[in-house]
Design a binder for this molecule. Structure first.
Ligand SMILES: [Zn+2]
Ligand SMILES: [Zn+2]
Length: 108
């Protein structure tokens, strides 16, 4: 039978309760690690992540794009559409079936 546990938050250093029902929930999900952050810090982290996700603006068309990574060079950021448009075309594949001009052998 699980009992409430007092854990110390890694971020703010405050004590928080890892309740019996939370422990059961963790166990049911197969998590073996205990939470390392209190609810406040977890909520703050989630909020910061969401804010980051909504601030990505395409440098080409100005469209706002939701991204999950941290934008370090917003001036270089492109949305999916512009990225596809501006991406250099792949070099033409050398066709091995056609010999280069000058090496054509005419069979007569
Ligand atoms: Zn905390
Ligand atoms: Zn764009």
């Amino acid at each position: 039978m699980a009992v409430d546990k007092i854990l110390i938050c890694k971020t703010c250093g405050k004590e928080f309760v890892f309740t019996a029902s939370e422990q059961e929930f963790f166990a049911s999900k197969g998590f073996t690690n205990e939470p390392t952050r209190c609810k406040d810090c977890r909520a703050k982290m989630r909020q910061e992540r969401e804010e980051r996700q909504t601030t990505a603006v395409c440098s080409s068309c100005g469209k706002t794009e939701a991204v999950s990574f941290k934008v370090t060079h917003p001036e270089l950021l492109l949305c999916e559409d512009c990225f596809q448009k501006l991406k250099p075309a792949p070099p033409p594949q050398a066709d091995e079936q056609t010999p280069p001009p000058g090496e054509l052998v005419v069979m007569e």
